[in-house]
Design a protein around this ligand. Sequence first.
Ligand SMILES: NC(=O)c1ccc[n+]([C@@H]2O[C@H](COP(=O)([O-])OP(=O)(O)OC[C@H]3O[C@@H](n4cnc5c(N)ncnc54)[C@H](OP(=O)(O)O)[C@@H]3O)[C@@H](O)[C@H]2O)c1
Length: 330
Amino acid sequence: MGSSLEATSFSFPEYALSWNGQRLPVVGLGTASDPVGGSYLLTKLAILEAIKLGYRHFDTASLYGTELPLGEAIIEAISIGLIKSRDELFITSKLWCTDAYGELVLPGLRRSLQYLKLEYLDLYLIHWPISLRKGIEGVSGDTEYLMFPMDFSSVWVAMEDCQRLGLTKSIGLSNFTCKKVADILAIAKIPPAVNQVEFNPLWKQKKLREFCHSNGILLSAYSPLGAIGTSWGSNRVLECQVLKEIAKAKGKTVAQVCLRWAYEQGVSIVVKSFNGERMKQNLEIFNWSLSEDELKKIDDIPQSRGCQAEDFISKDGPFKTLEELWDGEI
Ligand SMILES: NC(=O)c1ccc[n+]([C@@H]2O[C@H](COP(=O)([O-])OP(=O)(O)OC[C@H]3O[C@@H](n4cnc5c(N)ncnc54)[C@H](OP(=O)(O)O)[C@@H]3O)[C@@H](O)[C@H]2O)c1
């Protein structure tokens, strides 16, 4: 990581969210590391380096344990002049499943804001479409009897209240299928602005992307590099032969091909790196493009979901099979 902390003048494309026109930078920095929480100091330094490189969107979640270092990094970034105010950043966080009950949504958001030392979020997402028993930590197959169907109505109304109170500028979903997005749309007074899901050349989510797009919901890509090096991902994306050949021919890295491809699909991207060189590389996707032929080759890559989320499958819970959790989108 570099040592001089000068603000960069680099800026990159943004999307306008459909509900309020809020600007969301195309590439954001993910902060989920494995094991969850990781090192506080490493996370804070990585975020400062990212701000210096020009990242303005940061993705965290109550689950990740990175709200605290993100908040500290923002304070430091302002104090050393990397940014003038928090308003220059777009901060996303997520409601964890143990708080996915109507009466716990607002307290959950207030807790996140407290960790982040912020007055408001830019985007608050329902992390997964399932409720876990209040007060338990993490999720594993052993906790199968602790899973409940989420009451979409009360949870979404509470999410809308969070937005009305000005505690978040936008609200949205994560890991929601077409069917589950439609269920939310059927009850929403404020529609979700974003659905954050796994998205990369090996899992293109064509149907979901088109469905969200046609309903004014921006798809946001997580694990755009296949989450290499984590327990929820693998090297299958970065080791994909087709992508390697395209990258070689273009003089780019496979990661850059994945990120450029995602951008050309019209989705927003959250990519995690805590390494200065890779963070920089992951931003260098805007002054070149993929050819028709390359797009066709990527289109032909066989599809399968990387993160199945088997931990949410239980004989006593709301989802007894992966088919049910993903409504056949597997
Ligand atoms: N909503 C959800 O349920 C959900 C689920 C998963 C993730 N997310 C969010 O999305 C973010 C990104 O997804 P992800 O972390 O799962 O996966 P990812 O961004 O696809 O991959 C992250 C991994 O790739 C490595 N990496 C980054 N840039 C690279 C490059 N240019 N070349 C080679 N390796 C590179 C990183 O290592 P280094 O740090 O060493 O560079 C890290 O091990 C998360 O951090 C989180 O904020 C959300």
